[in-house]
Design a protein around this ligand. Structure first.
Ligand code: ZN
Length: 284
């Protein structure tokens, strides 16, 4: 059994301390020594997860132009080392800074297989940095880290500027994904990607048993607070949820307060982080 270490208020206090120390690399090394899991939210669906063994996993990095991302992290160097890079689908608010990170760290960009096919043909990254995998597939992108791609009820398209014409073109973006990320100690994080409600969320919860769910609540493009509360209460029932994908544009109106109100009494702890804050998890 794994539990979040901090209540919301203590969480913020702890975080302020970490940020005051300086940068992500320091935080990552601390996590490696402590054997804990750090989950840093950077706005929209962007997270940096530091595993108990010190592996750094970045998901859906939209940082430089994300209005919610703290100024510090608009410099991609501030993430420190990155071992694993995951992209749930081709929309720019999930994909934008991923190619740059792949090149910086010489690591593959794991994204929907057919999206990576497009990216390879367009020359966005060299083919060796564009592995193919797809829903139901499990990869081991770093020792002790397992990632399984699961369904997300959404769409995906890859928009890229044609260098010859200077005009944007749309290309095949594959099927959008969610990710089950299992760390060295068995802690499981379900990053849902962008998704509306779908009944197999219950299957995913029954089969993979995630401890922590990173859940879109903004509405319009994804579940809103009421749907997210239903999924949490009736199907997923994780130990903790971190709300995401809200507040970055005028259409993503859902708020953590609305989500918490719709959820009502629940055994699930809602960790409503501010961008740049992180939650820490460890075995009791
Ligand atoms: Zn999307």
């Amino acid at each position: 059994m794994l539990f979040p270490c901090f209540s919301g208020r203590r969480l913020v206090t702890g975080l302020a301390t970490v940020l005051a120390l300086g940068l992500s690399l320091t935080a990552g090394m601390a996590a490696a020594q402590s054997g804990k899991t750090d989950v840093l939210w950077l706005g929209q669906s962007a997270f940096r997860i530091t595993s108990p063994g010190g592996k750094v996993i970045v998901v859906d990095p939209w940082l430089k132009l994300n209005p919610l991302t703290p100024a510090l992290y608009k410099n991609l160097d501030a993430l420190g080392k990155v071992d694993v890079l995951l992209v749930s689908h081709g929309h720019l608010d999930h994909f934008a800074d991923a190619p740059a990170l792949a090149l910086m760290h010489k690591i593959p960009m794991y994204a929907p297989g057919d999206m990576n096919q497009s990216a390879a043909l367009l020359g966005i990254l060299p083919p060796e940095l564009l592995p193919r995998f797809n829903k139901g597939g499990t990869i081991t992108p770093a020792p002790g880290i397992k990632v399984t791609a699961v369904h997300a009820e959404h769409s995906s398209v890859l928009v890229w500027k044609n260098a010859a014409t200077g005009k944007d073109e749309t290309h095949v973006g594959g099927e959008p994904l969610g990710f089950i990320i299992e760390l060295e100690d068995g802690f499981k994080i379900y990053h849902m990607g962008d998704t509306g409600l779908f009944g197999d969320m219950k299957f995913i919860a029954d089969y993979y048993k995630p401890d922590l769910v990173l859940m879109p609540i903004g509405g319009n493009f994804t579940m809103g607070p009421v749907d997210a509360a239903f999924a949490t209460r009736e199907w997923l029932k994780p130990k903790a949820v971190i709300p995401m994908h809200y507040g970055a544009n005028p259409l993503g109106k859902g708020t953590p307060a609305e989500f918490i109100q719709a959820l009502g009494a629940s055994s699930t702890r809602v960790l409503a982080l501010k961008p740049g804050e992180k939650a820490e998890f460890s075995k009791p």
